[in-house]
Design a protein around this ligand. Structure first.
Ligand code: SF4
Length: 234
């Protein structure tokens, strides 16, 4: 897809709802669409829309082995409520063993390199497998989550994976998402009620303070400029 076509799509769908954007993807990408959910509130909104309209989109999630118990509970509640299959991708056991035996179980606190190694093995490698052969990748990214995401578009070409990346909620506010989730009784992670805005792995996530951006609670010991795990690098 050319840059011009992407620009045109972003213009055409500038005022569209998430539902309309997803239906467009289903019409054009058929059985080759994958939605990666981390069970955060934005992802839960998309799950509700996709499942309610029975869209032919595959649900995938990454189980790093270090998630919160609340996240696993939500995974089950979501699967049961919407009667959907969520395909879970795990890290390669041999790679985890080698890393942990060489650098320790909590290596991520030691340096950015170690943290990125852990994210690579526990998240990026499994994501690469999940996206293999797909032509369209749907995410729950929202522009207001961080400075890094602020200028992202609804449609983007992902060079790394060679597919169309679609962010149907990118222009929504946090209030828009919560309003949808509450009015549609969408299940959400109980940690959100304790000021956890962006929820990843347990040892790398904390609650945020009033006025902090949603990603401030991720890898809080690092500088703000490093707060991506590589899943959504640009
Ligand atoms: S968020 Fe933390 S525990 Fe999870 S994969 Fe990255 S470094 Fe490892």
């Amino acid at each position: 897809m050319t840059a011009q076509q992407i620009t045109q799509l972003n213009q055409d769908f500038a005022q569209a709802t998430a539902q309309e954007i997803l239906h467009y993807c289903c019409e054009h990408y058929g059985q080759s669409i994958v939605f990666s959910t981390s069970l955060g509130v934005e992802d839960q909104m998309l799950t509700h829309i996709i499942a309610s309209d029975k869209m032919p989109i595959e649900f995938i999630t990454l189980d790093t082995g270090r998630l919160f118990p609340e996240t696993y509970s939500l995974m089950e509640r979501t699967r049961e409520k919407y009667t959907i299959q969520i395909n879970i991708y795990f890290p390669d056991a041999g790679h985890v063993e080698t890393m942990v035996n060489a650098k320790g179980i909590n290596l991520f606190y030691e340096s950015i390199e170690s943290r990125k190694l852990c994210c690579h093995i526990r998240k990026i490698e499994p994501l690469q497998r999940a996206l293999k052969g797909k032509t369209c990748w749907v995410t729950g990214l929202r522009g207001g989550q961080s400075e890094h995401r602020a200028d992202m578009q609804i449609f983007d070409w992902d060079d790394e994976y060679g597919l169309l990346k679609v962010n149907p909620l990118i222009k929504l506010t946090e209030e828009d998402v919560w309003s949808f989730v509450r009015s549609h009784h969408v299940p959400y992670n109980k940690l959100h009620d304790k000021n956890f805005k962006s929820i990843g792995c347990c040892p790398c996530t904390r609650a945020v303070n009033e006025g902090e951006d949603a990603r401030a609670g991720r890898w809080w010991w690092e500088d703000a400029g490093h707060k991506e795990c590589g899943l959504h690098e640009r």
